[in-house]
Design a protein around this ligand. Structure first.
Ligand code: TXA
Ligand code: MG
Length: 339
């Protein structure tokens, strides 16, 4: 299949809408990462998404809506907490797990009776939804297991030949995927951290928001059931990634003593001078939003450089930094060494 690569414009948006109506899959920008979009009510379109990504079919997709009328159409009912969260954070990078509506096909939700929904803030994504009238399901537009793409060139690298169209809308603002929160129980629980934090949501809901243990500790049987996506290896570049936790002096000494062929460091901006191996940076040490913005593209850069072993600086674990930490420990397969 030939894959067209088009700048976002009224023509390319129209083409994307036509393709969606015909059950095809298109890659579109969002404010988090690029998504691989297909009609959430059309099981053939959904199976094309799973095939293009090589995604295990027990991992549910997120349904993207363009306005609040569409929400009624994709869920069975809207829980009180969901109303408040949608009101405060939509359009934006928050996915809310709600009871699944009948029209969404079972493949979209991998057979679950719940559905993850979000209204993206990105204007191109919203224009495609509203002009086509189609609520699209969209996972991140990477091959399954690879770091999510934050620009259209990275999407093209993974999807060339597999889908008919990639829409280039420039770099994604956030750089990490949306926060996923379930409001199915009494206490809302975050299943995947993002730039909307537990504290942000607590302010709106006036009650405690739990953070799933799986986010920092890996997978228990309980969390497997709650969020199927978290049991898979994720965000991993070709290289072996090891996180070193400690001062920059100890980090640098450890790297010197333990470097091998094609060893790189993944560090914060301005720290490159401390190492005797090449370094790629991923944002400012005191600015988790800048780390979120850079992390995936830096992991992809390391692949292009042929890195075999990567020692990574450890982010904080609170607020927005938790999203960065969560992606990085997964790309490191939970290998953290205290230095
Ligand atoms: O920012 C984002 O959310 C991006 C852009 C494209 O919108 N999409 C994205 O999709 O990250 P994906 O498929 O890579 O991640 C979806 C996550 C998975 O961890 C999945 O298990 C979880 O959401 N999820 C989806 N539906 C769910 C459900 N009904 N119950 C629990 N978890 C669900
Ligand atoms: Mg993904």
């Amino acid at each position: 299949m030939k894959t067209e690569f088009l700048r976002a414009s009224s023509e390319s948006i129209k083409l994307a809408c036509d393709l969606l109506r015909h059950g095809e899959v298109v890659a579109v920008p969002t404010e988090t990462v690029y998504g691989l979009a297909g009609d959430a009510k059309n099981s053939e379109a959904i199976s094309k998404i799973f095939k293009a990504k090589g995604r295990p079919n027990d991992n549910p997709l997120i349904v993207h809506i363009g306005n609040m009328d569409m929400l009624e159409d994709v869920v069975r009912f809207i829980p009180e907490d969901a109303k408040k969260l949608a009101d405060a954070f939509w359009p934006g990078p928050l996915t809310i797990i709600m009871p699944k509506g009948e029209k969404i096909c079972k493949e979209t939700c991998a057979g679950l009776d719940s559905v993850g929904v979000r209204m993206p803030k990105n204007e191109i994504a919203r224009a495609i939804i509203n002009e086509s009238g189609i609520a699209f399901a969209a996972p991140s537009a990477n091959l399954s297991g690879k770091p999510s793409p934050t620009n259209a060139t990275d999407v093209f690298e993974d999807m060339n030949g597999k889908i008919p169209l990639v829409i280039d809308g420039g770099e994604c603002e956030a750089g990490v995927e949306s926060t996923v929160v379930s409001v199915l129980g009494k206490t809302p629980i975050i299943l995947r951290p993002g730039v909307v934090t537990a504290v942000d949501m607590e302010k709106v809901l006036g009650k405690h928001v739990e953070i799933s243990k799986a986010i920092t500790e890996g997978i228990s049987d309980e969390s497997k059931v709650l969020s199927p996506g978290m049991k898979y290896k994720h965000y991993s570049p070709e290289a072996e990634v090891v996180i070193l936790k400690g001062t920059i002096e100890n980090f640098s000494k450890y790297v010197s003593e333990n470097k091998k062929e094609n060893t790189y460091v993944l560090c914060f901006d301005g720290e490159e001078k401390f190492f005797d191996v090449p370094a790629i940076n991923y944002g400012k040490s005191n600015d988790p939003k800048s780390q979120a913005h850079e992390l995936f593209s830096s992991l992809r850069k390391l692949d292009k450089l042929g890195a075999k072993l990567v020692y990574a600086r450890c982010p904080e674990t609170d607020g927005v930094a938790l999203a960065v930490y969560n992606r990085l420990i997964r790309s490191a397969g939970f290998r953290i060494i205290e230095v």
